[in-house]
Design a protein around this ligand. Sequence first.
Ligand code: ZN
Ligand code: ZN
Length: 243
Amino acid sequence: MKNSTKKFINKVLDIIFPKFCVICKRQDYLVCPDCLSLIEIMEYRYCPFCQRRVMSKEGKCKLHRYLKLDGLYFAASYNNIVVKTLIKKFKYQPFIKELSKPLSQLIIAHLHSIDNKIFLEDKENSLLLPVPIHKSKKRWRGFNQAEEIAKNLSICLGLPLKANNLQKIKKTKPQAYLKKSERIKNINGVFKIKNPPQIQGKRIFLVDDVFTTGSTMEECARVLKAAGAKKVWGIAIARELLN
Ligand SMILES: [Zn+2]
Ligand SMILES: [Zn+2]
């Protein structure tokens, strides 16, 4: 379909089904500027495994250097009600897939507001990889939410995206309902790399929607490093802050 035709159809659709802010119902916006302004964008990086602020290019505190995930970028706190609502409306029925755009913009805003712009260096040896979901889950939702975010980041950051290399080969119980020790057990051995040479010597940016305890990303990082990845950094829209 030609771009002009697409634009015309979208205009007609906007008249028949006008857009309303998913938070406050204000017309003409998917998320209005007032609601977006309620989201506080993180201006620093924190160790993924505790909440110590990290200043150096090392993304972790000294205590957690032994873990595989090298660091984490996250745009906002998942405790923020606007962020939480947007992510839920994006991920759960009736799945507002278009929310991937404003949600990705939060990450871009975060990346530009921090000092250490590691994602801008050595782009030819870097890759974006979405945290995979099981194919049955993808069939149910129609898309992988992490992949939609990664697509936008790939365009905005100029980093190549490899959406199907890392795969989830086993179904797992939802991590949200499990204790930390159970989460590690639940996720162990569920990821597989389809094409290892593609990630050898590469710096990987793993993209996910929400970062909770980090057991999912840590397991992905373990598998990726075992296959030769040089560094593995996480990127998430939001992080659930520990108490
Ligand atoms: Zn609004
Ligand atoms: Zn730490």
